[in-house]
Design a protein around this ligand. Structure first.
Ligand SMILES: *Cc1c(COP(=O)(O)O)cnc(C)c1O
Length: 430
């Protein structure tokens, strides 16, 4: 048993679909997921010994690249002192201080182990704090696999949500309202109808989970204004954008101060660490300071906090400048390649995450995403993969770069683009 094909067959016997998170499967593009045996800087090596330029970066965490020496060193030092205590440790305080220091609206923070836990806990806290039950979310925004948030009842008018997955009951999503993204009028309308029942609005600060669909100018500020006017909280999900869109995440770009923010991915440095935080008077409602219960055996794990802290401390202005440069360079080359082949498209950015939508229609919400010519993606993806570039195996996921993507790695991506663009041009709808 050596190559990805064999490992995938073994995996499918013991794990549903052969993967531990659905997006890793090649469901949307076909073919066999690559089993990774080694990673270094901007590169992945698969079980067949092939090397790829990594444009997923573990879906965000590997912002410094794989095996960054400072992160490895911090992890090694932490390991020498034990791996989990079930008692407070100094690294938790230092990581919390780093987050509070970077993101102005975050006065206090609670560490957890996944982004899902962070959003789930933030929602519970918003409900506990306001004494209200309804939660407003946007179609196409992903906040982890929280039952109440696994709802996306189509778009158009305000819809009281239907469950988005078997196993999620109507009771669990009954207090969830799903609205079209970037549609402030829909938000105003739902607040006019049920304002006193709405605990919070949760939004991706700049969405990356339907591909990159950034907020239109004024959208986040509008959410801030309408929630404040109605006594509801604004929860800004920065699990993807946090510490990636810039030193203080998307907040640093639009300055819209949410009441609660959620973080994950980058702040764990490749280990399971995430967080939610915000206004001190809201956070004071959290156990043991207040009555809203929340806990975790591995929360603030010393190895994860060491990796996260080392990562954040090395996220310098130069790192963010490099991310921007790499993302723009690849995006420009992609556009030029597709233009040469006459393929209508849009390369869109949510900070330094980006993605390509095929077709000529503007993409500002999930309807636009769904109407794009996504059938062009699979052949495009496989042509890039054949040429040693590992893209997200879905047309509706963002691409991630790291500060370790040097000119050689970027060149390899650019070299692969013309053939992939030709494959996208040749694609026909199924
Ligand atoms: C990844 C993600 C989550 C969930 O985080 P997990 O660590 O996978 O549970 C939540 N919100 C956003 C915006 C994400 O991108």
């Amino acid at each position: 048993m050596t190559g990805s094909q064999e490992w995938f067959e073994r995996a499918r016997r013991v794990t549903p679909g052969g993967v531990n998170s659905p997006v890793r499967a090649f469901g949307a593009v076909g073919g066999t997921p690559r089993f990774v045996v080694d990673a270094d800087g901007p590169y992945l090596v698969d079980a067949d010994g092939r090397e790829y330029v990594d444009l997923i970066c573990s879906w965000g965490p590997m912002i410094l690249g794989h095996r960054h020496p400072a992160v490895l060193e911090a992890v090694g030092r932490a390991l020498e002192h034990g791996t989990s205590f079930g008692a407070p440790s100094r690294g938790e305080v230092e990581l919390a201080e780093e987050i509070v220091d970077r993101v102005a609206p975050v006065e206090q923070v609670r560490l957890v182990s996944s982004g899902t836990e962070a959003t789930m806990s933030a929602i519970r806290l918003a409900r506990g704090f306001t004494g209200r039950s309804k939660v407003v979310k946007f179609a196409g925004c992903y906040h982890g696999h929280v039952d109440a948030l696994l709802a996306s009842a189509g778009s158009g008018l305000a819809t009281f949500a239907l469950p988005g997955s078997p196993g999620v009951t109507g009771a669990q999503t009954g207090d969830t309202v799903v609205l079209p993204y970037n549609d402030l009028a829909a938000v105003e309308k739902v607040f006019a109808e049920s304002g006193p029942e709405i605990a919070c609005v949760i939004t991706e600060a700049a969405p990356g989970n339907m591909g990159a669909v950034p907020p239109l100018p004024g959208f986040n500020a509008g959410l801030r204004e309408v929630t404040a006017r109605h006594g509801a909280l604004l929860v800004s999900d920065e699990v993807m954008t946090g510490f990636r869109a810039g030193r203080d995440g998307w907040y640093g770009r639009d300055g819209v101060a949410a009441d609660l923010l959620t973080f994950g991915k980058v702040m764990g440095g490749g280990f399971p660490a995430a967080a939610f935080g915000g206004r001190a008077d809201v956070m004071a409602h959290l156990a043991p300071a207040g009555p809203v219960y929340q806990a975790g055996t591995l929360s603030g794990n010393p190895v994860a906090t060491a990796a996260g802290l080392a990562t954040l401390r090395h996220c310098t202005p130069e790192v963010y400048a490099r991310l921007e440069e790499v993302a723009q360079t690849i995006g420009r080359a992609l556009s030029a390649g597709l233009d040469r082949e006459g393929v209508g498209h849009r390369v869109q950015y949510s900070g330094t995450m980006f993605s390509v939508f095929f077709g000529d229609r503007p993409v500002v919400d999930f309807d636009g995403v769904s109407a794009s010519e996504s059938y062009r993606y699979a052949p495009f993806f496989h042509e890039m993969l054949r040429r040693g570039v590992y893209l997200p195996p879905s047309p509706f996921e963002a691409w991630f770069v790291s500060a370790s993507h040097d000119d050689r790695a970027v060149e390899r991506v650019l070299d692969a683009v013309p053939a992939a663009a030709a494959a996208a041009a040749a694609a026909r709808p199924a």
